[in-house]
Design a protein around this ligand. Structure first.
Ligand code: C5P
Length: 425
């Protein structure tokens, strides 16, 4: 897309630009100018802290609109009150987003105009964090960011490099030009496909490990935490789909708005996935299903005995995703391939063998992916000419990755529905 054509995509968009109190607030003036140049209508909402770094007059001059900063203002409430602004917005962009505003948003505070608008608005929300690198690395901040991404917020940045405080590291606000480029990318035609209305789409997702009982107190399992599957469920729900999560035993909060069916073994997971998939549109198999289960489950706790060795007889578990893909030919099936070697080759052959529409290839082992908060994957599928295509998603927090994967999966599903021979990159 040419720069000119790209700029047209923000034309007429109503953007609430939230500015919070960080030194990067001076860059928001340029950001407002660039967004306006791209054709967007900008209403700036400043937090109290932002006033220490930049004046409302600057934004008013650049955007041609009144700047808003007070929640309980009788004049404002009569005109552009928080509900009006929340309704007006096509997009809410907070740049810079300080650790403080991130924390307040993550916990649903409504103690100033900006946070209240965010709660009251269904518009897509983007966040450009800006803070000292130690603060950005603080696990409390990471947890708040993770929480926000679970609720559909998308992160823009931060950047690495030299900081105003003299530190070097991650936490700099993304440059205004880069923020605008990211927003333009959001409004590009390929992303537009993914912003179809998914309100009628039914998605079934399996997540977590399975446990295969040996006796009443022991089982065979694996290190899967379920984080990726839960993040996918939250992202699919945020995209408007009806989501059922068939979950193995994990230590995670059920995502809001998602129907969760808890199972323990692979056989139970198959049975739940099978009945839930009957009238589903998309099946995503992110569970780490145990390949084998003990042939016999002892009725009582197995005794040690005097032998130094013992033999466990195992029997193969059903392949859930392959079974479902075989039984429901119109279901759009997406598998995961956790590999320790020859990632793309092994994932590609699983795509064919299990008759899947797409597969998410995941390098595991050596501390990667399993039980981690971040992940990097490659999405693989066949194009209309049956040529293998792939798209890499860099290392990032699982909730953020989940939104990107859901966008890509839904776009391919949509293309598949519209014209079975069309492929989307
Ligand atoms: O063959 P492999 O276990 O590597 O395949 C991984 C994919 O197959 C994942 O999507 C996983 O959820 C699914 N799978 C399954 N049932 C099994 C084994 C794997 O659904 N028994």
């Amino acid at each position: 897309m040419s720069a000119q054509a790209a700029l047209a995509t923000l034309q007429g968009k109503h953007i609430v630009l939230g500015v919070s109190g960080g030194i990067a607030a001076y860059k928001s003036a340029l950001l407002a100018r660039l967004l306006k140049k791209a054709g967007a209508d900008i209403k700036v909402v400043m937090t109290q802290g932002a006033h220490a770094f930049i004046t409302p007059l600057t934004f008013q001059a650049l955007t041609g609109n009144t700047v808003h900063d007070t929640l309980l203002d009788a004049d404002a409430e009569a005109g552009m009150g928080h509900i009006e602004l929340a309704r007006w917005a096509d997009l809410i962009l907070i740049a810079p987003a300080t650790a403080n505003v991130i924390a307040r948003l993550a916990h649903g505070h409504a103690d100033d105009l900006l946070t209240t608008i965010c709660l009251a608005s269904p518009a897509p929300k983007r966040l450009a964090p800006a803070m000292n690198q130690q603060m950005w690395a603080n696990p409390i901040v990471s947890a708040n960011i993770e929480r926000l991404t679970t609720f559909g917020w998308e992160l823009l940045g931060p950047d690495d490099g030299e900081q105003a405080c003299g530190d070097i590291g991650s936490g700099r606000m993304l440059e205004p030009e880069a923020i605008v480029a990211r927003l333009l990318d959001d409004t590009s035609p390929s992303r537009q496909i993914s912003h179809h209305n998914h309100s009628g789409t039914k998605v079934v997702i399996t997540a977590g490990p399975t446990r295969e009982a040996l006796d009443p107190v022991r089982y065979i399992s694996n290190y899967s935490s379920g984080k990726m599957g839960y993040a996918l469920a939250a992202a699919a729900h945020a995209a408007g789909a009806h989501v059922t999560l068939v979950s193995g035993p994990v230590q995670l909060m059920p995502p809001a708005g998602v129907k969760v069916i808890n199972v323990t073994s692979a056989e139970q997971m198959l049975s739940a996935a099978r009945s839930e998939s009957r009238n589903a549109d998309i099946f995503i198999s992110s569970a780490a299903v145990a390949d084998f289960r003990p042939q016999h489950v002892a009725e009582h706790k197995i005794k040690k005995g005097s032998d130094n060795t013992t033999i466990l007889e195992l029997i193969k578990n059903p392949d859930i995703v392959a079974t479902i893909a075989g039984e429901y030919s119109s279901l759009f099936c997406v598998g995961f391939a956790a590999e320790t070697q020859s990632l793309l080759e092994n994932a590609g052959s699983k795509l064919v063998r299990k008759k899947l529409d797409m597969i998410v290839a995941n390098q595991v082992g050596e501390g990667l992916a399993f039980d981690q908060d971040s992940n990097a994957v490659t999405l693989i599928w066949h194009d209309a000419q049956q040529k293998l295509q792939q798209r890499a998603f860099p290392m990032q927090p699982k909730p953020q990755l989940a939104h990107q994967l859901i966008d890509a999966i839904f776009a391919h599903y949509q293309a598949h529905q519209d014209t079975p021979s069309v492929s989307v990159n």
